[in-house]
Design a protein. Sequence first.
Length: 284
Amino acid sequence: MTIKIFLPFKLTLLASLLLVACSEQPAVQTEAVVAATTETAATDTAVKPTPRLANGMVNLGLPAGEKGFWGSSGSIFGRGNRSHQTNLLEEEIPFQPWAKALFDYREANNHKDDPHSRCVPPGPTRLIETVNGFEILQMPDLDRVYFVFGGGPRSWRVVYTDSRPLPDINNPDTIPTYMGYTSAHWEGDTLVVESNGFNEKTWFAQGGLAHTRFLHLTERFSRPNMDTLRYELTVDDPGAYTRTWSGGFDVAWTYNAWDGTDSGEIHEYFCQDNNRDTGHMTGN
């Protein structure tokens, strides 16, 4: 049996096939555009390699032709955000009984006695945790690395990389200082800083942690890529803790200034000017 297809039906069928073909074509183009866009985005967000100085040494600071400074960081205890997942939890910190009582008091009173809010120079770890960012300036010819901070009383810290011996803290001629005495060296691409000789007028880190004149810090600074500074700290203070303990966090490279502009520079800020914090530090 022969089936006849009338002309009107043929035209309708042909039109339907053309419509389907045309409607499928943009979908193919869209998939190609999406693939190209994804590839471009992946390229734009690719991690930049670790910058280096002319002598091949890792550059912990601002590379030539770039802009920005070190900004957001984390905490040496607790986990999450930029804090390392290997950090101790608060309940795991090996406090001496008196240091735990003092820590709990500070926590219960919202850190109302924090010297930092009164523009007292903070300890070395607290400086890195302070808002407004910081810069690292390496001077290999002088065996020095300078840390310049934009927050608090706008402090700076010098780290000597000549492996000099640390002072004897029991020597009466050793004057305790806010940021301690330093002796540093390089282990490959990692800057290792030993420090001691701290006074007890400040909090060496954020969060109300106690310390005594026996505090000895070992800090490790490394830069796995352009946008990340890895900070690892070992705390050794038999006066406040029953054993040594460690923690750390990553610091993010900030390309824009804090006001949102693209200058990539630290703005002038002095805690001493119009400081309004003290009046609010009343505790509970």
